[in-house]
Every structure is written in C-alpha cells, then in structure tokens.
Design a protein around this ligand. Structure first.
Ligand SMILES: Cc1cc2nc3c(=O)[nH]c(=O)nc-3n(C[C@H](O)[C@H](O)[C@H](O)COP(=O)(O)O)c2cc1C
Length: 199
C-alpha cells in the first residue's frame, strides 16, 4: 500500500476516479411515432458532442424499451427494468424535445413517469423543435424536471420546423445553432459532474 493510501485509505483513489472518469450522458429521443424526425436531431447533437471528447454520449431511444402505458399493466415488463437500469447508469441527459399540442409527447411523459431515483440529482439540457422552436414543450419539461430533481441548464437550442427542416421532415440545421449546442453541453457536463458528488 502506498503512502497516500496509508494516510487516506481509499478515499484519495475514489476522488481521483471521480475527477478522471468520463461522464455518461444520454441523448434521449422524446418522440416514438412512425416517421418521427427526432433520430435526425439526436444524431446531429451526438455528432457535435462526440467531437468534444469530454464525455461518453449515447442515444437513448424510448421506443427501444417498449414501455407500456403507466398503470395499465402489473409493471413486470422487462422494458421497465431496462429503462431504469439505463437511466441509473447515466450521469446526465440531453432531451430531444418536440412540441405536441404545446407540450411534450405522451411517450416522453410516460417514460419520465416510469422512473424516479434514476433521474434524481442529475443534470439535463434540452434541444427542442416545433413551429416556435418547441419552446412551450421545453418549458413544460422544465416544470416536470423540478419534481424529478433534475437540474435543467439554462442554454437551450431551439430549432424551427420552418428554417431548420426541409418540408418539416429533412433536418438541415442552420449553422448558428452549433455554438448554442456546445454551450448547452458545457453546462450539462459541468452540473452532471458536480451532482455526482451529491449522489
Ligand atoms: C399530435 C401532434 C401535435 C402537434 N402539435 C404541435 C404544436 O402544438 N406546436 C408545434 O409547434 N408543433 C406541433 N406539432 C408538429 C410537430 O412539432 C412536428 O410534427 C415534429 O416533427 C414532431 O416531432 P417528431 O417528428 O419527432 O415526432 C404536432 C405534431 C403532432 C404529431
């Protein structure tokens, strides 16, 4: 055992691990409908994020978990446990949010409701889209995140269905969003790292 270990036990090693290990950030696709555009937006965010090299970024697709509608089953579907496991292994989130009737999708709300501790004391950013940049949906999500003890960061890239998509379906983001996505990721990483100490 080295001098530092003898003095401080394993705590020095633990602290070292916390500062050198990369954070795991999930990019959560909020829509599940046939023909959705969220995978295009999620891949674009991941492309920008991966170039930074500061965290492990992964796309988390709610559709992959086949979550039932909350309260309609006995809760033993394997997707529910897998969803909680996936979230538990993440330190922070970027929500890809689309506006449905001035709010978030039912699929995202259902997925949010299917976990509790796995969300707590973590940070999140929002990238939203819609006719007004998905702003109304994003603000609803901020309220929900308060209850789930997810610290939502300030910077929020908003994409327009009119100027960042062709025919509302082919994603062609304007270059001005790049700086905003990076600034949002700066904040998500900073707070995700800080909140690790709380958990
Ligand atoms: C049920 C439904 C409701 C919608 N309501 C709104 C709305 O209130 N405001 C808005 O800006 N866009 C609205 N839209 C347009 C969506 O933002 C747009 O179709 C977007 O591509 C949806 O995301 P997705 O392709 O990932 O599902 C709505 C779309 C659907 C399917």
């Amino acid at each position: 055992m080295g001098f530092i270990d003898k003095l401080f036990g394993n705590s020095a090693k633990e602290e070292d691990k916390m500062t050198t290990e990369k954070l795991n950030i999930g990019i959560i696709l909020g829509s599940t409908r046939e023909g959705r555009v969220s995978p295009q937006v999620g891949e674009w965010v991941k492309g920008i994020a991966d170039k930074r090299g500061d965290a492990n970024y992964e796309i988390v697709d709610i559709a992959d978990f086949n979550l039932p509608f909350l309260g309609t089953t006995d809760g033993t579907e394997p997707g529910i446990a897998k969803w909680n496991e996936k979230l538990a292994n993440l330190d922070g989130f970027v929500f890809i949010v689309q506006e449905y009737n001035h709010s978030i999708t039912g699929a995202l709300k259902n997925a949010l409701d299917f976990a509790r501790e796995a969300w707590n004391n973590k940070a999140a950013g929002i990238v939203s889209y819609g006719s007004t940049g998905g702003a109304r949906a994003a603000e609803h999500l901020r309220g929900i995140m308060g209850e789930l003890m997810i610290a939502d960061v300030r910077v929020h890239p908003t994409l327009s269905l009119f100027t960042d998509f062709e025919n509302g379906s082919v994603f062609k983001p304007q270059s001005l969003h790049l700086d905003n996505v990076n600034a949002m990721l700066d904040q998500v990483n900073s707070w995700s790292g800080a909140l690790k100490t709380v958990r």
